[in-house]
Design a binder for this molecule. Structure first.
Ligand SMILES: *Cc1c(COP(=O)(O)O)cnc(C)c1O
Length: 430
């Protein structure tokens, strides 16, 4: 065989492995599809209840007073998320900004924020900051921050949590998704149990959930199990690959209003904010989201099934229940990790010719490598992979607007690993 024939044979072999993995995962795929279906109907029902019409997509300029499209979008989101109120805006620049508004809006100097799911996502470390750091971080403003590490990296440490909750504890923080940590993500049912236990200790505590990457992976959301306040990014799940920027906050009317006062100004809150030309894509993206989340989750399941077959550890495992988009694969070596991320990039429709390299990204403590050949810059409902360059060299992959793209990415990444002789696949005997 010449080199080209060899490469062709290797690719066909990988495709064959993928077909086997798909057969194995058939039932898991069906259950993802059923969830997508229910969530799709839920979203349509909410659009219908609020009589969404063409004119809601028009948008506003200037102050944006009486922007009916903005008001109804908030109502539709609240309805879909089972919350009293929601605040959905293109004015949130990122997930971190959205979460920051939720926290700053609802915490005051002297209050204490206690994260019970361990260290939060990397970009929040600077939002929390340090006392006297001069950046206007939470702790710089005199808000006290505490966290209880997860036991064995994945279970809540209730003994420590019970000790840490005091009359000064104003808010409990919960991160649903694993973020850049090798831990389990927390299902909505598990979050519901946390709510009950925390309220048994102190009934009037505010409970906040960082819901990034979780939306529509399950049938219900954290606001439907007693959470007061949650936030997420529109360039992740609920933007449906179409929303060009923005974030959402949902929860009780009181906490959402407090967050709105922080986003705009006290006394102004939700009543201003020109939506410009963003509304149609935010509505249409929400409409698309349940389906696209299903496509992405199926991609994650395929990745887990394939990499497990090849001897790598994955989290979650292919047949474990899903509560977010993220698929973590442990590579153990930087070289493998980098080849994987570069392979994902090679499957992109946009920017497939660029080669991602590790770099110092603002807000992150280690160098990070990211594959992101996306239509929306940094959009991670689109197929993307990121990894901090630190031991034990774990890649976090997520997204895929279509299952076929996710599958292509996984195959290209595997092909890269084979081509670079980083993994050996048993020869395919016909
Ligand atoms: C993505 C993410 C964030 C931050 O969102 P950015 O848009 O990157 O600022 C926060 N928490 C979790 C769990 C995330 O996945």
């Amino acid at each position: 065989m010449n080199e080209q024939q060899e490469q062709q044979a290797a690719w066909e072999h990988l495709e064959h492995l993928a077909t086997q993995a798909e057969r194995k995962a058939e039932e898991a795929f069906r259950s993802v599809e059923r969830i997508a279906e229910r969530n799709q109907w839920k979203v349509i029902d909410a659009f219908q209840r609020h009589k969404v019409s063409d004119f809601h997509f028009n948008g506003s300029t200037g102050y944006g007073y009486n922007d009916r499209g903005r008001e109804v979008l908030d109502l539709v989101y609240a309805d879909v998320l089972g919350a009293e109120a929601a605040l959905v805006r293109p004015h949130f620049v990122s997930g971190t900004h959205t979460i920051g508004c939720a926290l700053f809006g609802n915490l005051r100097p002297g209050d204490e924020l206690l994260y019970i799911t361990g260290r939060p996502y990397d970009t929040l470390h600077k939002v929390i900051g340090k006392p006297g750091d001069g950046t206007g971080s939470l702790q710089d403003f005199g808000i006290v921050y505490k966290e209880v590490p997860l036991l064995g990296g994945s279970r809540l440490d209730w003994e420590q949590i019970e000790q840490a909750i005091t009359p000064a504890t104003k808010m409990i923080g919960i991160q649903r998704s694993r973020g850049y940590d090798w831990r389990a993500s927390f299902t909505v049912a598990e979050i519901g149990e946390m709510v009950l236990r925390v309220r048994a200790i102190q009934p009037d505590i505010l409970i906040f959930v960082d819901n990034c990457y979780g939306e529509f992976t399950e049938l219900i959301e954290p606001t439907q199990v007693g959470v007061d306040l949650m936030a997420g990014s529109l360039i992740k799940n609920p933007g449906g690959g179409l929303a060009e920027t923005g974030g959402y906050i949902a929860g009780t009317a009181k906490t959402v209003e407090a967050a709105a006062y922080r986003l705009t100004a006290p006394g102004i809150g939700t009543e201003v904010g020109a939506m410009l030309g963003t509304l149609r894509l935010m509505y249409q993206g929400l409409f698309m989201s349940p389906h696209l989340v299903g496509q992405a989750v199926k991609g994650s399941i395929l990745a887990a099934a394939l990499f497990e077959e090849l001897g790598f550890e994955s989290k979650p495992r292919w047949d474990e229940p899903r509560t977010d988009l993220i698929q973590a694969v442990k590579f153990g070596q930087a070289e493998h990790l980098i080849a994987f991320v570069q392979g994902i990039q090679q499957a992109a429709a946009v920017d497939s010719h660029v080669v991602p390299e590790p770099w110092d990204m603002p807000g992150y403590e280690n160098e990070v490598i990211m594959a992101a050949g996306t239509f929306i810059q940094g959009g991670s409902l689109e197929l993307s992979a990121d990894a901090p360059i630190r031991e034990p060299y774990i890649a976090y992959m997520q997204g895929g607007l279509t299952y076929a793209h996710a599958k292509y990415g996984i195959l290209k990444a595997l092909n890269r690993l084979v081509h670079d002789k980083l993994i050996v696949i048993k020869p395919y005997i016909t």
